[in-house]
Design a protein around this ligand. Structure first.
Ligand code: SF4
Ligand code: SF4
Length: 219
């Protein structure tokens, strides 16, 4: 019996993508339940170019404009997958001007890993890439996945600073960059960060503390 169920609610009270989560579940179990939504055709994806609404066949690709900062688990997996050290990964695939102001943003417009309209690192893509769907989401679900993604991104910045890959924040920044830096400052002070910093993989990260902190409500 899966500990996490993802579903699409279409009643006035239960509208959009929702989750039912056993408090014993871990993040990998949430990702396993979420993945089928990407190619599910039973609900409308607002920007899908294809009539069956699957991400796989979509050519209006959200990856063309995405602002992607990987969570720490994906960051380490990407380095291992590409056979790079973390520093080589950053040197090769991240925006130097953002790195200079203390941010780890992957090269964008389109994403550096988008090849022929498909993600070339799909199995190791980051939480923000896995969770993004251009479809309505229930508030409680959105809060939970936002907290998980943001905490994971903040952990990448702590890890990169501790390992001399990233300078502390500084210099002229745009409002979007400021938003991310302020967000990461906030999450770096949160005890939830430790769950990402000490985890080897998503299965090591319990969902319960994130459910409690985000005010997640099981339906
Ligand atoms: S989430 Fe992205 S890939 Fe999926 S349908 Fe929407 S725009 Fe296309
Ligand atoms: S890593 Fe993959 S899924 Fe994420 S933005 Fe890049 S191409 Fe898209």
């Amino acid at each position: 019996m899966p500990k996490v169920k993802a579903y699409y609610g279409d009643t006035a009270k239960d509208q959009g993508i929702g989750l039912h989560i056993d408090p014993q579940a871990d993040l990998q179990e949430l990702l396993d339940a979420w993945q089928p939504l990407c190619d599910q055709t039973a609900f409308t994806k607002q920007y899908a170019s294809n009539s069956d609404q699957s991400c796989r066949a979509c050519t209006h690709n959200c990856c063309d404009t995405a602002y992607v900062i990987p969570d720490i688990i994906a960051f380490k997996k990407m380095a291992a997958h590409l056979n790079f050290s973390p520093a080589e990964l950053v040197d090769t695939y991240f925006q130097p001007e953002k790195r200079n102001i203390g941010l780890l943003r992957m090269l964008p417009n389109p994403c550096v890993f988008l090849k022929e309209k498909l993600c070339s690192i799909y199995p190791v893509r980051s939480l923000i890439c896995r969770f993004y769907l251009c479809a309505p989401m229930q508030g409680s679900t959105e809060q939970l996945i936002y907290l998980l993604s943001s905490t994971g991104m903040a952990a990448t910045h702590v890890y990169a600073r501790q390992n001399g890959i990233l300078e502390p924040p500084g210099g002229a920044i745009s409002s979007m960059d400021r938003l991310f830096l302020e967000l990461f400052d906030q999450y770096c002070a949160d005890p939830l960060l430790e769950h990402f910093l000490k985890a080897q993989d998503y299965c090591d990260i319990p969902l319960k503390p994130f459910m409690d902190s985000s005010g997640f409500i099981n339906k």
